[in-house]
Design a protein around this ligand. Structure first.
Ligand SMILES: [Zn+2]
Ligand SMILES: [Zn+2]
Length: 262
């Protein structure tokens, strides 16, 4: 079992230190834990969402220290969750930094609107829901094609607050899946959706089947914002993953994906 999506107290909106997360992972039988704190956003909108740009190196060093300290007990990976489109606040050198094991590319903003943030939920009432979905998936399409990331984060998080599209987006999603497979980009099965009005994981069962049929690799993440959330609902997630047909999930080391049997 692996958990490749965890946020620490460095980002300002999560609690728990790197070592507390590791202890939690060990207590749940997790063999690999990947830290994916949010890469810095521009200073004007960063507050409470991400670490400041000058803490990136401290974060990497902290995870590395704990990785080395715990090497005999658990595999620890250094990662980031990076906003796409890129905003220039995460120095471009980090995108190819050899200390980093993996990058999750995630879309949290549609044309400047933080659509997954509860304080900005009113944005769903002043826009067409189908238009929101169309714009969101078009951003994911370019994220997948960018070649910058190992993983697409919380693939259909646009459903988070339960505003469902009336149009069928599966044909568009299939196009993104083909591009992910061609570019070697994995999807994560992210269990945090179960905690929100969407009431299901990201992605949905039908999208997971599309991923399997298109040969998109998958990994597993809780999107934990506190140490106790590590491994949240993973038995159910593994059931979904194997139910879709997968026999392997992905781990990442030095920006390279590898398979782990499930
Ligand atoms: Zn995210
Ligand atoms: Zn996250």
């Amino acid at each position: 079992m692996v958990d490749y999506h965890a946020h620490t107290n460095l980002c300002g909106h999560a609690t728990g230190s790197v070592s507390e997360y590791i202890e939690s992972a060990l207590s749940k039988g997790i063999r690999e834990i990947g830290f994916s704190d949010h890469a810095p956003l521009p200073e004007s909108i960063r507050g409470g969402y991400t670490m400041p740009a000058d803490e990136v190196d401290t974060y990497i060093k902290t995870v590395e220290e704990q990785r080395d300290r715990c090497a005999h007990r658990i595999a620890v990976r250094v990662g980031f969750e990076v906003d796409y489109p890129l905003r220039g606040s995460f120095a471009s050198g980090y995108l190819t930094d050899s200390r980093i094991d993996y990058l999750i590319g995630s879309c949290h903003f549609i044309d400047g609107w933080p659509f997954d943030h509860p304080e900005f939920i009113d944005g769903y009432r002043v826009r067409e829901i189908d238009d929101i979905h169309a714009r969101y998936f078009s951003i994911l399409g370019s994220l997948a094609e960018s070649g910058l990331f190992n993983v697409v984060g919380h693939f259909d998080i646009v459903k988070k607050f339960g505003f469902r599209a009336s149009r069928d987006f599966l044909p568009a999603i299939e196009g993104i899946a083909r591009s992910m497979a061609a570019n070697g980009v994995a999807a994560e099965v992210n269990t945090a959706g179960l905690l929100h009005p969407a009431g299901e994981m990201y992605p949905s069962d039908s999208i997971l089947r599309v991923f399997f049929n298109c040969n998109v690799p998958v990994t597993l993440g809780s999107d934990a914002h506190s140490a106790d959330q590590i491994g949240y609902q993973f038995p159910l997630a593994l059931e979904k993953i194997t139910g879709a047909g997968y026999r392997k999930i992905s781990g990442f080391l030095k920006r390279k994906r590898y398979d782990i049997a499930v």
